[in-house]
Design a protein around this ligand. Structure first.
Ligand code: 1Q0
Length: 215
């Protein structure tokens, strides 16, 4: 019982993690970035096993990045900026097709980065939704505007099916463990600018180095 309480998802906790992502000079710490994703995956797991194919992929990508962070070149993986520089300078990124470095930090983080855009769009819809809004609709609209453009048909199909299993808005709010719907809305209002900032910094960095389409 104590365990289930300990592992209870709290939106506040996850969002705190994202707020730690930015350094003073606006670099993005990989450690806090992946911690934020771990929290989100915990939340997704609590929604049921239909989402496990999604959380498995997310966990796999989190682990690839953690292994780099804890590896012998970990110092280069402290921020997304230093990772990009290190991997590009040392030709550790497959730029046109997956070959010698199929699981580079850059391509792995790009997948989470695209998912962060989905999160931003979804949470914004949730924040401005009304009592009778459907989470499945908000989720699939956000998905179609973001991640779907990078996914093959079969994955889009599976994701679309999973979205139908999402709990309703009120249950969603309850699981977030923040308080009343008004408090959830206020919390999202505080969190979204932070998530957007992390997203935009990463997007600009990747665009600057022409990395947005890494295979
Ligand atoms: C709660 C509902 C969750 C809906 C998540 C939407 C994302 C759907 C993504 C479907 C991905 C399917 C699995 C495989 C995909 C890979 O092919 C793909 C590309 O990788 P690769 O190596 O083949 O090139 N991978 C990805 O695109 C990465 C996908 C990561 C998705 C991580 C989603 C984590 C979600 C967390 C739930 C957040 C709940 C939000 C509300 C909480 C409030 C803070």
């Amino acid at each position: 019982m104590a365990n289930s309480v300990e592992e209870k998802f709290s939106l506040r906790e996850v969002l705190d993690t994202f707020s730690l992502c930015l350094s003073e000079n606006k670099e993005v710490y990989v450690q806090h970035y992946v911690e934020g994703w771990r929290g989100l995956v915990r939340f997704m797991n609590s929604l049921g096993s239909v989402f496990s194919f999604i959380s498995k992929d997310a966990v796999n990508k989190i682990e690839i990045l953690v292994n780099f962070l804890n590896g012998e070149n970990g110092a280069h993986y402290v921020t997304i900026q230093s990772m990009v520089k290190y991997e590009l300078d040392n030709e550790l990124v497959d730029l046109t097709r997956r070959d010698k470095h199929p699981e580079s930090g850059c391509r792995t983080l790009l997948r989470l980065h695209r998912a962060l855009r989905w999160l931003e769009l979804f949470l914004e819809r949730l924040r401005t939704s009304s009592e009778d809004s459907k989470t499945s609709v908000m989720c699939s609209e956000a998905y179609n505007e973001s991640l779907a453009q990078h996914h093959a048909w079969i994955i889009r199909k599976a994701a679309g099916t999973a979205f139908w299993a999402l709990p309703g808005r009120q249950t969603f709010f309850d699981v977030m463990n923040v308080g009343t719907p008004e408090q959830v809305v206020a919390m999202l209002g505080n969190a979204l600018p932070l998530i957007s900032e992390v997203y935009n910094i990463t997007e600009n960095l990747y665009a600057q180095h022409d990395l947005l389409q890494l295979p």
